[in-house]
Design a protein around this ligand. Structure first.
Ligand SMILES: *[C@@H]1O[C@H](CO)[C@@H](O)[C@H](O)[C@H]1NC(C)=O
Ligand SMILES: *[C@@H]1O[C@H](CO)[C@@H](O)[C@H](O)[C@H]1NC(C)=O
Length: 339
């Protein structure tokens, strides 16, 4: 099994063979998605602290489940935040996600946050007994397919009064991460890190967070979790999987989400010519914590009558106009806070 810390900043945007090969060569972690998407490997296991599974799965159009917090043990995986880090499978379909999740879940004696969380058989769930909410930004095709399979679908909104969800995520993740990179920062190794505007800056900011504010943040997080539990009045809901507020909320609460590909759209500003490059469209199916099987059952039902998840980039049929420009070189600003 391969366990990687995913880097979602540089995932390729378009489905194109040459880009697949370029990315395969320059990055192992990104290559993992490319391998799944292009059908080379059946699955991979990724990790998410805040978005590192949902964003690349959405970008690349692979099906993934970010499971309930604590469902999969994390021994041996680089830790950013004990209360946020989760592992989960990326696969070709929700069916495969169910099989892989079932194989990797369970109490890990070396990870005290892990638990034996039951995964009921998603294949034996009667989805016609489920009520699924659809958010304002849901993909209506998914909603209509589920309705046609007998699911009771209703418009839905998750209500919570905690208004600083993104701030809670920042404080929690930054302080927790710095506690793992304390000596890295104290010994000045962060000064030679290439992307000075990213981790070094974020972790220097974390050094300034007072303990009182960190504790208040955790209280607000507890309130958020209670409010979400109360307002989760449906069996599952569907909506955009990459909305940042929702990514923060889902991770702070530890709620499972299945990312499902739902089609393709044209890329922005395509080069002239008859190019076939497209970008994936995806959506999320969310269930309450410990109800991963419900989200999986719905994704399996959707994929049983649609074939968006079966699309593969053209492997042996590159058209003359399918060229792919070199990836632009990143321009990192100079370091900021230290002399
Ligand atoms: C959270 O951190 C990011 C990255 O540094 C920053 O862009 C964003 O403004 C912060 N958000 C809040 C609400 O603090
Ligand atoms: C989901 O939300 C993000 C951020 O608001 C947006 O960029 C994206 O286009 C949305 N995706 C869909 C499928 O609506």
């Amino acid at each position: 099994m391969c366990v990687v810390k995913l880097d979602f900043h540089y995932i390729f945007q378009d489905v194109n063979l040459k880009s697949l090969i370029i990315w395969l060569i320059i990055s192992f972690t990104r290559a993992v998605f490319v391998c799944i998407l292009s059908g080379l490997v059946p699955f991979a296991v990724g990790s998410e602290t805040a978005g590192s599974m949902t964003y690349p799965a959405a970008r690349c159009g692979v099906t993934a489940i970010r499971p309930t917090f604590g469902m999969v043990g994390r021994t041996g995986v680089m830790s950013l935040s004990e209360s946020l880090d989760k592992l989960g499978p990326f696969c070709r379909s929700a069916t495969d996600c169910a099989l892989v999740l079932d194989a990797i879940r369970g109490k890990d004696p070396d990870d005290i946050s892990s638990k034996n969380i039951n995964l009921e058989d998603p294949f034996s769930i009667d989805i016609s007994k489920l009520t699924v909410g659809y958010l304002e930004d849901a993909e209506m095709e998914v909603v209509n397919v589920l309705a046609s399979k007998g699911v009771n679908v209703i418009p839905f909104k998750l209500d919570y009064t905690v208004d600083s969800v993104q701030g809670i995520l920042n404080f929690t993740m930054d302080v927790d991460t710095l506690s793992h990179f304390d000596s890295w920062q104290r010994t000045g190794q962060d000064d030679v890190y290439e992307a000075q505007d990213q981790w070094p800056l974020e972790l220097r900011r974390a050094r300034m967070v007072p303990a009182v504010d960190y504790l208040q943040t955790q209280r607000a997080r507890g309130k958020l979790i209670r409010e979400i539990r109360e307002s989760f009045t449906v069996d599952a809901f569907t909506g955009n999987a990459t909305d940042w507020e929702r990514v923060c909320m889902g991770n702070l609460v530890g709620m499972p989400v299945v990312v499902v590909p739902t089609g393709f759209k044209s890329i922005k500003n395509p080069p002239s010519g008859n190019i076939r490059r497209r970008t994936t469209i995806t959506t999320g199916i969310y269930a309450p914590p410990q109800h991963d099987h419900v989200a999986l059952a719905l994704a399996i039902a959707y994929q049983s009558v649609t074939d968006h998840h079966k699309q593969r980039p053209p492997i042996d049929d590159l058209g003359p106009d399918d060229s792919f420009p070199n990836h632009p070189k990143a321009n990192y600003p100079p370091r900021r806070w230290h002399p």
